[in-house]
Design a protein. Sequence first.
Length: 44
Amino acid sequence: MKEIKYFTTTGRALGSEQFVGEMEQKLQRRFTLKSPGRPGKKKE
């Protein structure tokens, strides 16, 4: 029950990695977590 509550409150998809990946492609929306914070500077 905790897992269902977490995913419904965060708006993330609940399912296998394959399912989530397919949904991301079909809906063109990201459901997986990205690393938090501002991106680092690129070194040249």
